[in-house]
Design a protein around this ligand. Structure first.
Ligand code: 7TS
Length: 409
C-alpha cells in the first residue's frame, strides 16, 4: 500500500491543531512519543465507558469483558512481534520497566562475581543504568561496545569483548540519537555462539521496523506502547518461556500468586507472575488497537515511507549551512540529530516551537554517547507515518531562519 500521510493525519485529532498564528502543528518528536489515532482513543474510552471491570478476578459481566479485551490485546501483540505464545507477553509500564524487570528478576538472580554484562555506547540510560546497578550488586563487570565515527557499532571490538564471561548482551535495536539500526540478527547469533543471552531494547525499532522475535531468536525484547501510537504507561516484555519460568518477579502482591500461606507464597504461571496488582487495563486495550492500526498499514509500507522521507530530510538538512548531522549509518531510522553551529540546541527547539514545529533538544537520555560525540546536547527531529515532505520543508526553512537570526544578531 502506498502511503498517504495527509489522509492518515486525519485519524489523529492532535495533528489537527492550528496555533494562534494560523500555523499547523508539525510534530517531529516521535522518538519521544507519538500521537494517538482515534481508534486507540476510542478503544481506551470504550473500556472506561462500558467495560470498566477489573481483570482475572470477578465473575460479573464487566469483569469478564475487561478480561477478554485485556487478553485479546495480549494476543494481538504476540502476533505483531511473532511471539510463539501470548504467555510470553508480559505487560509492563514501558521499556524501562521491562529492562528493570530482567535486571532484577534474571540478572541479579543468576549473575555471579566475575561475570560480565555487555551493552553498547549508544544505549538509552534505561538500558544502561539497570545493568550498572545489577553489576555492582553482583560483583560483575559492565563493558560497553564502542560506536564508530559513522554511528555504527565497532563489530571488531564487539567480537573481542564477547568472551565466555559475558552472560548477557543488552543492546538497542536502533539508536534514539543516531538513528542507527544495529544488525540485530547477527549480534544475537554471535552472542549466542559465545554462550550469552540477549536482551533487545526495541523501544525505537518495534514501532517502525518489521520484526519477528522467534526468527531473531531474541531471549528478551522490551518496548513501549506510547512510541507506537498507543497510550502512555503501557509496554511489553517478551521473553523465552524457560527464562520467564526461571526469573523472579519484580513486584509481588495480588494476582501474581498461586497459593499464599502466612509466611510464604507460590507464584502464578507467567505472564501473571509478573503482573502484580491491577494492571493498566485501558492501556493494554489501547495498545491492542494501536497494533491493529499499524498492522493494517503494513510494516513494510511504513518502512518504505520512512526511508524515503529520511533520505529527503538528510538531503534538505544537509543543505542548511553550519548544520552538523550526527550519525551516518547506512541502515537507519527516521531519526535525525543535529547541531547548528553557534546556537544552543535548546534555543533551536524553542525557535522552532514558535513556528509550530515540535522537535526535541537535550542529552536524549544518552549522556555516554553524547560525551563521545563531544557535545552536551543535540536537537533531534524524528518522523512517523503521518509526516511528509511538507513537514521536512517546514523544518529546513525554520532552521534557515534560526541561523539567519543568530548570525544577524
Ligand atoms: N530505550 C530507548 C532506545 C529509548 O529511545 C527510550 C526512550 C527508552 C528505552 C525508554 O522508554 P520508556 O518508554 O520506558 O521511557 N527514548 C526517548 C527519547 O529518545 N526521547 O524521549 C524518550
Amino acid at each position: 500500500m502506498s502511503f498517504e500521510p495527509l489522509k492518515l493525519r486525519a485519524d489523529f485529532p492532535a495533528l489537527g491543531r492550528v496555533f494562534d498564528d494560523g500555523r499547523r502543528l508539525v510534530y517531529l518528536d516521535n522518538a519521544a512519543t507519538t500521537q494517538k489515532p482515534r481508534d486507540v482513543l476510542k478503544a481506551t474510552r470504550r473500556y472506561y465507558e462500558e467495560s470498566a471491570g477489573n481483570v482475572h478476578r470477578a465473575v460479573h459481566r464487566l469483569a469478564a469483558e475487561a478480561t477478554g479485551l485485556y487478553e485479546e490485546a495480549r494476543q494481538k501483540i504476540a502476533a505483531f512481534i511473532g511471539a510463539p505464545s501470548p504467555k510470553q507477553i508480559v505487560f509492563t509500564h514501558g521499556a524501562t520497566e521491562g529492562i528493570n524487570l530482567v535486571a532484577h528478576g534474571w540478572a541479579r538472580k543468576f549473575l555471579n562475581a566475575g561475570d560480565e554484562l555487555l551493552v553498547t555506547e549508544m544505549e538509552h540510560h534505561s538500558n544502561l543504568i539497570p545493568w550498572q546497578q545489577a553489576a555492582r550488586a553482583k560483583g560483575a563487570t559492565l563493558r560497553l561496545v564502542p560506536v564508530l565515527a559513522d554511528g555504527t557499532l565497532d563489530r571488531e571490538a564487539f567480537r573481542r569483548l564477547l568472551t565466555p564471561r559475558v552472560k548477557l548482551l543488552a543492546v538497542t535495536h536502533a539508536s534514539n540519537v543516531l538513528g542507527t539500526i544495529n544488525p540485530i540478527a547477527e549480534l544475537i547469533r554471535e552472542a549466542h555462539a559465545a554462550g550469552a543471552r540477549v536482551l533487545v531494547d526495541g523501544a525505537q525499532s518495534v514501532p517502525h521496523l518489521p520484526l519477528n522475535v522467534a526468527a531473531l531468536d531474541a531471549d528478551f525484547l522490551v518496548f513501549s506502547g506510547h512510541k507506537m501510537l498507543g497510550p502512555t504507561g503501557i509496554g511489553v516484555l517478551y521473553a523465552k518461556p524457560e527464562l520467564l519460568d526461571a526469573m523472579d518477579p519484580l513486584l509481588t502482591g495480588g494476582e501474581m500468586i498461586s497459593r499464599v500461606w502466612d509466611d510464604h507464597a507460590t507464584w502464578a504461571e507467567p505472564p501473571q507472575k509478573f503482573e502484580a496488582g491491577t494492571p493498566h487495563i485501558a492501556g493494554a486495550i489501547g495498545l491492542g488497537a494501536a497494533v491493529d492500526y499499524l498492522a493494517k498499514l503494513g510494516h513494510d509500507a511504513l518502512r518504505q515511507h520512512e526511508l524515503a522521507l529520511t533520505a529527503y530530510a538528510l538531503e534538505k538538512l544537509g543543505a542548511v549551512p553550519d548544520l552538523k548531522i550526527f550519525g551516518r549509518a547506512p541502515e537507519r531510522l527516521g531519526v535525525v540529530s543535529f547541531a547548528l553551529e553557534g546556537v544552543h540546541p535548546h534555543d533551536v527547539a524553542q525557535f522552532l516551537d514558535r513556528d509550530g514545529l515540535a522537535i526535541r533538544a537535550g542529552h536524549m537520555c544518552a549522556q555516554p554517547l553524547l560525551r563521545r560525540l563531544g557535545v552536551p546536547a543535540v536537537s533531534r527531529a524524528s518522523f512517523y507515518l503521518y509526516n511528509d515532505r511538507d513537514d521536512v520543508d517546514r523544518l529546513a526553512a525554520a532552521l534557515l531562519a534560526v541561523r539567519k537570526f543568530f548570525h544577524a544578531t
